[in-house]
Design a protein around this ligand. Structure first.
Ligand code: GLN
Length: 507
């Protein structure tokens, strides 16, 4: 393999080459920076590319390695992070005009962890504004395009991270998942996306959307990379009051031990998450994934989660309620944009209104209004209160399901990547994309989307989701790795993303 083709390797393959001194971190940063330069005008995965910053880390790692210092096993492998994670002195916008020009005065805990491990950060990736959406069409700076088909969405809100990884612009990236924003982009771009157990990764420095739902997680091209990345970013953080006070589980160690035999594994298929509303090819690939695990010895049972029918509705009450409170801090006083009223008296209140009017996009405004409405005195019990009850029922349904099985399997998203504009004027149909991913956020359990081949009717990637009980991340990764191995052996394995062959832009 020539150096020019190193971009095709996974993070652990690159790490091995760095350790063997077959390549330097500086060389890797330059290779990926060149890829980004060639493909960015077609894909638009980034809001900020930081070649200088990445080179600085890379050179330090190379010097330390030359000096024989003990390094993290992945030191020198470049990464990108979603633009809702703050990095000191680097533009962080959440894809919103209201944060344009703002430079964070501090680092998110995950940024410090990446830096400690010696991972050069190549930039900040595009997203739906404040992580609200399923397509990146709500980015104030223009959408990201899916490297499988540039006319289609890369999923959202973390479409930038998923597209960057799918197009080999970086070996891996970080996303955030409030209702599916790591997993659904993973599904539609043929990448792996994992949402850890709530609290497993610090949210300190993640610009909040729905604080009781948000979780940072890995976006990679294989399960092993995702496991390694979760171990790099995970762990207790006193700066996040919801952080789990537990040691980071040895996920990669567990993966190194699994065989192909899945005898004894109990897999649950959720009755409510198949059938109506699902594309035929998605269901076909899902079925195939279930059968592969069955062939490996797993026992498959159907589980009933009746409350799942109300999960979407409950999420779209709880999440906006939290959004309306979290986004109140963007007031024209503390961060970024400040707009003064065009005419009339200049008061603080009128300045805030003018700033929010100009700075927030339609989807953000829609959710703030919805959130303040469901929290208002007259409607609190009817909406927010009821939604919280549904959340409890959902947690009970899942607890009951996990008595019958070790993991649950569902299609990650009901369809493959849709075309730009298809759902933009119909928020409800956009929201329906999250039907299978939000139960995990509502219950705090871990979920991962694994590529499961392409849908026969359109040749686009399909993702299968694995859900495990809270703190069951190791089990989730074990099943994901088994399924990935089984699917790779199948007669129709996942074809490579067309972007793998792109050298100087998409043609
Ligand atoms: N698509 C979902 C939404 O719009 C999920 C967002 C997310 O996970 N950040 O709310």
């Amino acid at each position: 393999m020539s150096n020019a083709e190193l971009y095709l390797l996974s993070a652990h393959e690159l790490a091995a080459k760095l350790v063997a001194k077959e390549v330097t971190s500086e060389e890797l940063v330059r290779i990926f920076a060149e890829r980004i330069e060639h493909l960015e005008k077609d894909v638009h995965a980034f809001l900020f590319v930081d070649v200088e910053g990445a080179l600085q880390t890379a050179k330090q790692v190379d010097a330390d390695r030359a000096a024989g210092k003990k390094l993290h096993p992945f030191a020198g492998v470049p990464i990108a992070i979603k633009d809702n994670m703050v990095q000191r002195g680097k533009p962080t916008t959440c894809a919103s005009k209201i944060l344009e020009g703002w430079l964070p005065p501090y680092d998110a805990t995950i940024v410090l962890k990446l830096q400690e491990a010696g991972l050069p950060i190549l930039g900040k990736t595009n997203m739906d504004e404040f992580a609200m959406g399923s397509s990146t069409e709500h980015s104030a700076f223009g959408p990201t395009r899916n490297p499988w088909d540039l006319e289609r969405i890369p999923g959202g809100s973390g479409g930038g991270s998923a597209a960057a990884v799918a197009a080999f612009m970086v070996p891996w990236a970080l996303g955030s998942d409030t209702g599916g924003s790591i997993r659904q982009p993973g599904a539609v771009t043929g990448t792996v996306g994992a949402k850890p157990t709530y609290g497993a990764v610090s949210r300190y420095g993640l610009i909040a959307m729905g604080s009781s739902l948000d979780q940072i997680g890995p976006v990679t091209r294989d399960v092993r990379d995702a496991a390694a990345l979760q171990m790099i970013i995970g762990g207790h953080d006193p700066l996040d009051s919801t952080s789990l006070d537990e040691p980071v589980p040895d996920i990669t160690g567990a993966l190194a031990k699994i065989g192909t035999d899945a005898t004894g594994l109990r897999v649950g298929v959720v009755k409510q998450l198949q059938g109506e509303g699902y594309q035929a090819g998605v269901l076909q690939r899902f079925q195939q994934a279930v059968e592969r695990l069955q062939e490996a010895g797993a026992n498959v049972v159907e589980v009933d989660c009746p409350s799942f029918e109300y999960a979407l509705a409950a999420y779209y009450l709880i999440m906006p309620a939290e959004v309306s409170s979290n986004l109140a801090r963007f007031d024209g006083v503390r961060y970024g944009l400040r707009v003064l009223p065009q005419e009339g008296e200049v008061t603080t209140e009128r300045m805030m209104a003018a700033t929010r009017e100009a700075g927030f996009g339609d989807e953000v405004k829609r959710r703030i209004i919805l959130g303040t409405h469901v929290l208002s005195a007259g409607y609190y019990d009817a909406y927010y209160g009821s939604a919280q009850k549904v959340r409890t029922l959902l947690q009970r349904d899942l607890a009951a399901a996990f008595e019958q099985c070790d993991v649950l399997l569902t299609p990650t998203a009901p369809t493959t990547a849709f075309k730009f504009g298809d759902k933009l004027d119909d928020p409800m149909s956009m929201y329906l994309n999250d039907v299978a991913t939000i139960p995990a956020n509502m219950a705090g359990i871990p979920g991962i989307s694994v590529p499961a081949g392409v849908a026969p009717e359109d040749g686009l990637p399909v993702g299968v989701q694995i859900l495990a009980p809270a703190r069951g991340d190791v089990t989730m990764y074990e099943v994901a790795a088994r399924m990935e191995a089984q699917l790779a052996k199948s007669s129709e394995p996942m074809p490579p993303c067309p972007a793998a062959a792109w050298k100087e832009g998409a043609k």
